[in-house]
Structure formats: C-alpha cells, structure tokens
Design a protein around this ligand. Sequence first.
Ligand SMILES: [Zn+2]
Length: 240
Amino acid sequence: MKEQILLLVELQKIDSGIKRMEIRKKELPGVLDKLREELHLSEEKMEDERKKIDDLYKRHRDGENDLKKRNEDLKKIKSRLFDVKTNREYQALLKEMDIISEKNDKTENDIIDVLEVIDKVREGLEEREKEFNALRIKQEKEIIKIESEINSIDSVLLDIRGKNSEIKGKINTDLLEKYDIIKQKRHGRAVVQVWEGICGGCHVNIPPQMYNELQQSEVLMLCPHCNRIIYWNDKNNGEK
Ligand SMILES: [Zn+2]
C-alpha cells in the first residue's frame, strides 16, 4: 500500500503541474499582448513629445516669418514718410508704424517663450526616449522568452501527460478511481501532505491519534475534514 500511496503522491504532483501549465498556456497570449501594448504606449508618449516639439518649431518659424514680413511693411511705410504732403497723413503713417511695432514686440516675446518651452519639452523627450529604449530592451527579451515558452509548452505538456499515463498504469484501478473522484470534488488536489498535525489541503488539525497512526501505518487515510488522501513525510529526513 505504501508504494501505491507514493505513486499517488507522484501522480498528484504531475496532475498539479499539468493544471498549472494549462492555466499558463491560456494566459501566455495575454501576457504577450500586455507587453507589446506597454511598449506601444511608451512609444506613443515619445511620439507625442516629438510632435509637440515639431508644433513649437512651426510656431517659432511662423513668428519669424511674421516679423520679417512686418519689418518689410515698416520699411515701406518709412519710405512713404518722405512723400507725404499733410501732417494728417504723416500722423496716420506713424500710427500705422506704431501698431506694427507693437505686434512685433508681442511676436518677439512669443518667440522667446516658445524657445524656452522647446528646451523644456526637449528635456522631456530625452527622458521619454530613455524610458522607451530601456523598456524596449527589457520587453524584447521578455517577449522572446514568452514566445519560446508558447512554442514549447505543447511538447512539454505532451511529455508530462505521457508520464501521467505511465504512473496511472501502475496504480490499482479502485485507488485511481477514488483519487479521481476526490480530485474532482477538491479542485484538483486529492493528495495532500500532513505536517505537524495540520492537513495541507484544508489547514485544519487532524486528531493527534490519527496523526500518530499516519506516521506509522501504511494504509490509505483520508483527512476527516476535507476527505483528501493524506500522507506523511519526515521533512527532517531531507525528503520533500
Ligand atoms: Zn484536510
């Protein structure tokens, strides 16, 4: 019996491994999507900063062009000053020049402001670029790892299922049936270890008398609380 119980322990380990792997197999594509999405978001942030800088440079260029155009207007008006016949006309031209100069002042200030903002955004962009590059290096490694995990998980599962059948073949039918029923009722865990009197399945103390028996006897025993198959291993012996 002892040997059969040990086989059940082994079977349980394999079944739990299969279950974990099947869960992992389902979540891997999502993990991959998340990594790619994260990288994409970081890239978008970087592109946003680049676009901001492009827009600012455009504003800067537009301002410079406005200044150039208005300075030419000013020149033309100045040259007309010598030709005017009346004081009224003269005053009107001066007024016109004042208005243009005022606009120029505003544009010049705006250009200075824009240059300052460009400096700041540039710093931000450098930061975003660093972030993106660091993330890219990290994510690309991670993505390669997960892609290879996706590619190999089926063959690993196949292998582990083979081991599962092999062990099942060595366990007697009644016991296997019992194991399957408990496994189904207890969310995949039918065989659990008891250590220091506590059931590893339901974490409740089993009666001391029963714990003593479990340590010595070789019969199949069930936890009185959760009905799982229990076994005892002397952890101090270096076994696991
Ligand atoms: Zn229990």
